[in-house]
Design a binder for this molecule. Structure first.
Ligand code: GRG
Length: 293
């Protein structure tokens, strides 16, 4: 399989569907939709939807049916970035090389655009005609748990509480598991639900998601230090200037990369337990760990 082509084609499908799900309006609410589209259609990697689609396709699910749930994941991801950039959070002026939403639009509108994308993710999930009622329920359960108070938002709170404090590796692992890993795990679980995976497969998918979710964040910490400002779309080493503990500040670059590779190996071992051909997932996991931007 041409993996590069797989990513490009799925990325284009996701972007087309996102544009359809959050359209340009001519009603009085149009500025809200415009602001949401500014962030949503602003050239992210689309990692989470691609992981969901790849998991669904690898396990025999239907690509078209999986598209809207995959987009719901990207809406949640985008809302988290919009809110994370706000002055009351990380106060980042740039995202993906462009002004953050609250810099391009009034701050209150940025808050509301984030709120809208969070709410809209659940609306599109429950309206998705091609899903069974059971699938919709399970997707809503997974997304609300992984993005919620003990998942992504919980991770953000732990992160805020840890600022300026010395934390150990175990505390940092927990923050990353929740803040970043939970939504990546949800993406993999979404693929399983769309493919009607067995309980055993769902369990394996969850374990796989946890390993690559953490590996993704460790590499993000590494790239924060090593990547150029242009490639990463934000100030280099912003974690360090923000006085945040990261894998790199706790372990150094070399050991952080080694840890990400060790997680990748664990993830690959989990994939070996599937009866289906899951080589696509293996390659995506490798890309996550070896990426340079
Ligand atoms: C609910 C306010 C709020 C925050 C939740 C997820 C999160 C916590 C904040 C987002 C900020 C952040 C740096 C999270 C770590 C995860 C991460 C590396 C996000 C960037 O994801 P990519 O690289 O982004 O997939 P693109 O731009 O490619 O979509």
């Amino acid at each position: 399989m041409d993996y590069k082509k797989y990513i490009t084609t799925r990325c284009a499908m996701v972007e087309e569907q996102l544009s359809h799900l959050v359209p340009e309006l001519s009603t009085p609410e149009k500025v809200l939709f415009q602001a949401a589209r500014y962030s949503l259609l602003n050239g992210g990697k689309r990692l989470r939807p691609i992981l969901a689609l790849a998991t669904a396709e690898s396990l025999g699910g239907d690509l078209k049916k999986a598209l809207t749930p995959a987009c719901a994941l990207e809406m949640i991801h985008t809302y988290s970035l919009i809110h994370d950039d706000l002055p009351c959070m990380d106060d980042d002026d740039y995202r993906r090389g462009k002004p953050s939403l609250h810099k391009a639009y009034p701050e209150g509108l940025a808050v509301l655009a984030g709120d809208f994308l969070l709410t809209h993710a659940f609306e599109v999930l429950t309206h998705s005609e091609q899903l069974t009622a059971d699938q919709k329920l399970r997707l809503v359960q997974i997304l609300s748990k992984q993005a919620g108070g003990l998942g992504m938002i919980g991770g953000q709170i732990l992160d805020i509480e840890s600022e300026g404090k010395k934390i150990n590796l175990e505390q940092l692992r927990l923050i990353h598991h929740k803040k970043t890993g939970a939504l990546i795990t949800a993406s993999i679980q979404f693929g399983g639900i769309m493919a009607n995976a067995s309980d055993r497969e769902m369990h394996l998918l969850e374990q796989f998601g946890k390993e690559i979710g953490l590996a993704f964040q460790i590499i993000d910490d590494v790239l924060d230090v090593t990547a150029s400002e242009k490639k990463h779309g934000k100030k280099v080493a912003s974690d360090v200037t923000n006085n945040k503990s990261t894998y790199v500040t706790l372990l150094g670059l070399e050991q952080s990369e080694a840890m990400a590779h060790s997680l990748l190996n664990k993830a690959k071992d989990i994939l070996k337990q599937f009866d289906h051909d899951v080589s696509l997932l293996q390659h995506l996991a490798e890309i996550i760990v070896t990426r340079n931007g």
